[in-house]
Design a protein around this ligand. Structure first.
Ligand SMILES: [Zn+2]
Ligand SMILES: [Zn+2]
Ligand SMILES: [Zn+2]
Length: 377
C-alpha cells in the first residue's frame, strides 16, 4: 500500500503551508479547492507536500506543479470533504489521510455532511504535520489490531458519543462540530480552548504514546518527564472530576485536564507541541516578525528564521513562540476576541515539550537515514 513519505532532502526549506498557484501565481491557502484568480481546480500532493493547480486529462488530472503527471482525486472529493490527490499506480481510492477513516456518518443527512466536512478539514491539517515529520502511521489494513483509524459517530438517542482513543481507534463525536454544543462543553469543562483541530491533535497523541514511547523502549524516559502512568486511569479520572485539578496545576501542567493522568498529560502536551510548530510555520510563511518598540530589553522580539518542523533547536522554538503569542493575543484582544493562545508555559511544561520535540525529531531523523540507506541500495 502506498505510504505518504516525504523526501525532505529534496524539499528542505521550500514548503510552508502557504502555496502559490502554478497557473497564475496567486497565493493559496491549504484548504483552497480552486484558485480564486484563474479558476484552476487545486489538489494537494501529499508525497510532495504541495498544493497544485490541476487540469483534466481524460479520467485523470494533470498536476501543474509536477510536470503534469496524471493523478486522481481522493474518493472523498466527491463529498467535498477532501482535495488530496492519489497516485494512480498505487491503486488506492482514498488519499493517505482518508485511508484511515472507519465509520463516517450518514451523508444523506445535510447536518451530518456539513459537520463531517469541518472535521475533515481538521483531520487533514493533522495529517499535514504527521507527513512533515514522517511519523509512522499504519492503517487498519496494515495493522488490524493497532492501526490508526477514525470513527466519526453521531449521538444516538440512547447514548452520547465520547471522543477518545483506544489502541489506534480514535472516536470523534460528530456533535463536536456543532459550534454551539462545542462551546457549551468548553464552558462546562472550564476549558480555555476547545477546537476540532485540538481534539485531533490530542487524540493522536495517545496513538503516538503507544507507537513512539511504549513500543520503542522509551517508557522510563517518558515517566521521568510525565510521571508514573501505571496509576489506575479510571480512578485518576474519577478523582479529577470529583475534586478538580490540584490548585497549583499551572506550575506543572499545560492544562487542567493534563493533571488527570500522565497519559492525558502526554496527549495534552503533544497537542500543544503541534499547535506551536504549525502556528510558527504559518507565521514564518507570512514573514511575520515581532519587534515591539516598547520593549527596550529585546526579550519580546521574535524572528522565525528557521523551519519549525525541521529545526533541532528547541530553545529557538520557545524563544520565538513566547513573544509571538504575546503579540497575537494582544491583536486578538484589540478585536474583542479571546486570546489566540490562552495558555502559559511554565518551566516544567517547557521541559515536557522538549521531551516531545526530541521524540519527534529523533523519529524524523531516523526516517531520513532509512530513506538514504534504501536509496544506496
Ligand atoms: Zn490560479
Ligand atoms: Zn482524502
Ligand atoms: Zn486523552
Amino acid at each position: 500500500m502506498a505510504r505518504c513519505v516525504t523526501r525532505s532532502f529534496e524539499l528542505r526549506g521550500i514548503f510552508l503551508k502557504l502555496f502559490t498557484c502554478q497557473a497564475c501565481g496567486n497565493v493559496l491557502y491549504f484548504e483552497n479547492r480552486s484558485c480564486a484568480q484563474c479558476g484552476h481546480r487545486l489538489g494537494f500532493m501529499p508525497e510532495q507536500v504541495k498544493l497544485s493547480a490541476v487540469e483534466p486529462d481524460g479520467e485523470r488530472f494533470a498536476t501543474l506543479a509536477d510536470r503534469k503527471r496524471a493523478r486522481l482525486f481522493c474518493a472523498n472529493a466527491s463529498h467535498d470533504a477532501c482535495n488530496w490527490l492519489v497516485e494512480p499506480e498505487s491503486g488506492a481510492s482514498y488519499c493517505c489521510a482518508c485511508r484511515h477513516n472507519g465509520i463516517v456518518p450518514d451523508l444523506s443527512n445535510p447536518d451530518y455532511l456539513g459537520r463531517w466536512r469541518d472535521l475533515e478539514i481538521a483531520k487533514h491539517r493533522l495529517f499535514y504535520s504527521l507527513i512533515r515529520w514522517k511519523l509512522p502511521v499504519k492503517t487498519r489494513a496494515e495493522d488490524p489490531a493497532h492501526g490508526l483509524i477514525f470513527n466519526f459517530l453521531a449521538d444516538d438517542p440512547s447514548q452520547r458519543v465520547m471522543t477518545g482513543h483506544d489502541n489506534g481507534l480514535i472516536t470523534i463525536a460528530l456533535t463536536e462540530a456543532d459550534d454551539i454544543e462545542r462551546e457549551k462543553r468548553r464552558l462546562e469543562m472550564r476549558e480555555a480552548y476547545r477546537t476540532l483541530l485540538g481534539h485531533f491533535r490530542h487524540e493522536v497523541g495517545h496513538y503516538f504514546w503507544d507507537v513512539l514511547v511504549r513500543d520503542r523502549g522509551k517508557l522510563d524516559a517518558c515517566r521521568a518527564a510525565f510521571g508514573d502512568d501505571t496509576i489506575d486511569y479510571g480512578e485518576a479520572l474519577q478523582r479529577h472530576y470529583a475534586a478538580g485539578p490540584p490548585p497549583d496545576w499551572r506550575a506543572h501542567f499545560v492544562s487542567a485536564y493534563a493533571a488527570t493522568h500522565p497519559w492525558e498529560d502526554f496527549a495534552e502536551t503533544w497537542a500543544h507541541y503541534l499547535h506551536i510548530i504549525d502556528t510558527l510555520e504559518m507565521a514564518s510563511a507570512f514573514g511575520i516578525e515581532v519587534r515591539p518598540a516598547a520593549d527596550r530589553s529585546g526579550g519580546l522580539s521574535a524572528h522565525i528564521a528557521f523551519d519549525p518542523y525541521e529545526t533541532e533547536d528547541f530553545d529557538a522554538i520557545v524563544n520565538a513562540w513566547l513573544p509571538f503569542t504575546f503579540a497575537m493575543n494582544s491583536i486578538n484582544r484589540a478585536m474583542g476576541m479571546r486570546d489566540l493562545y490562552p495558555f502559559v508555559l511554565s518551566p516544567a511544561v517547557i521541559e515536557k515539550l522538549r521531551f516531545i520535540h526530541q521524540l519527534v525529531q529523533e523519529q524524523a531523523h531516523q526516517q531520513v537515514q532509512e530513506q538514504a540507506k534504501a536509496r544506496r541500495g
